[in-house]
Design a protein around this ligand. Structure first.
Ligand code: GLN
Length: 306
């Protein structure tokens, strides 16, 4: 498998020259566009990696999966779908106009920024500090890595320049969808987006989802079965924003992307996969990363639609 992964990486390196690294968060503009790496963790906890798998990058929107997991565990289906919808969006991830047009300002789904910010506010914890700790503890547990760090420069950069997210959060507050102060909720969200990982950590998280919510390394049931089902459904329909349909056709695995260049993918009952390639398309998804996943999905027959 290692040789196969390496050859997929080698063949798709050419795509790292297309697209652009995210620059609307100034610190992200420093990312190396030539990076391309992959890690797999299967449901027997066997790990394989290839390419630039030692590259640390901020997980950005991939953390929205963890926020959703926490909220589903804390409050169940009703609590979450009180706050956000479950419909894919045909708009960019930080779009504002549709908020005004949906029922009582409800964000369309938990994976656009508006949805993730509303969900962050609703995670269990008597204040935002506790909510943050709850979500980070879940990240550590799911990645089986207690040593996760925040990239402070990215966190500060996003906090300083995140005016669009501020506008979204104020809108949510006005619509009664956020209980805590806008700045406190955003601070948690910005910090979570700035957690740094390597692809191996993220593949571990995906392997838990692939294994029905059970950690392959300890057999601990971390995600309840119904929550695990909902996560996979939302990843499939909303995970790559306004390119989720194309991704479903070409790759066909429940996935979630982030503007740091990472994508997490789940091959149910088989394996968890993570790729990184910081050069993005205009939707904010890694171009080379999607190509790598497309090829792997074809060669290993990983599409859930087969
Ligand atoms: N931190 C980023 C933002 O809120 C996350 C977006 C993303 O990864 N798509 O804009």
């Amino acid at each position: 498998m290692k040789d196969k992964l390496q050859s997929i990486i080698d063949q798709n390196r050419k795509w790292t020259n297309c697209g652009q690294v995210a620059s609307y968060i100034p610190e992200l503009a420093k990312a190396d566009p030539n990076i391309l790496g992959i890690a797999i963790n299967d449901i027997n906890d066997k790990a394989v990696q290839a390419g630039d798998y030692n590259y640390y990058f901020t997980i950005q929107s991939i953390v929205k999966v963890i926020i959703l997991i926490c909220l589903l565990i804390d409050g169940g289906e009703d609590k979450i779908f009180d706050k956000v919808g479950m419909e894919p969006s045909s708009e960019p991830f930080n779009s504002i106009p549709k908020l005004e047009r949906t029922e009582s300002g409800k964000p369309l789904n938990p994976f656009i920024n508006a949805g993730a910010i509303a969900c962050t506010d609703a995670v269990l914890g008597k204040n935002c500090k506790e909510k943050y700790e709850r979500i980070v503890a879940m990240l550590k547990k799911l990645s089986n890595n207690q040593n996760l760090k925040i990239n402070d420069a990215v966190y500060k950069s996003e906090k300083l320049t995140g005016q669009t997210n501020r506008a979204i959060a104020h809108y949510l507050k006005g619509a009664g969808l956020i209980d805590n102060s806008v700045e406190d909720v955003l601070d948690v969200y910005f910090k979570l987006c700035s957690v740094e990982m390597v692809v191996k950590d993220i593949a571990k998280i995906a392997s838990v989802i692939a294994n029905g919510g059970i950690a392959p390394w300890s057999q601990e049931k971390i995600i309840p079965t119904n929550a695990n089902k909902i996560i996979k459904a939302i990843m499939t329909t909303c995970g790559l924003y306004d390119s989720s349909g194309c991704f479903a056709v070409r790759v066909g695995m429940p996935s979630k992307s982030g503007v740091g260049g990472g994508i997490v993918s789940v091959a149910p009952n088989k394996m968890g996969i993570a790729v990184v390639g910081p050069s993005l398309d205009h939707h904010g998804n890694s171009i080379a990363g999607v190509k790598v996943l497309e090829e792997l999905s074809k060669s290993e027959r990983l599409s859930i639609f087969l």
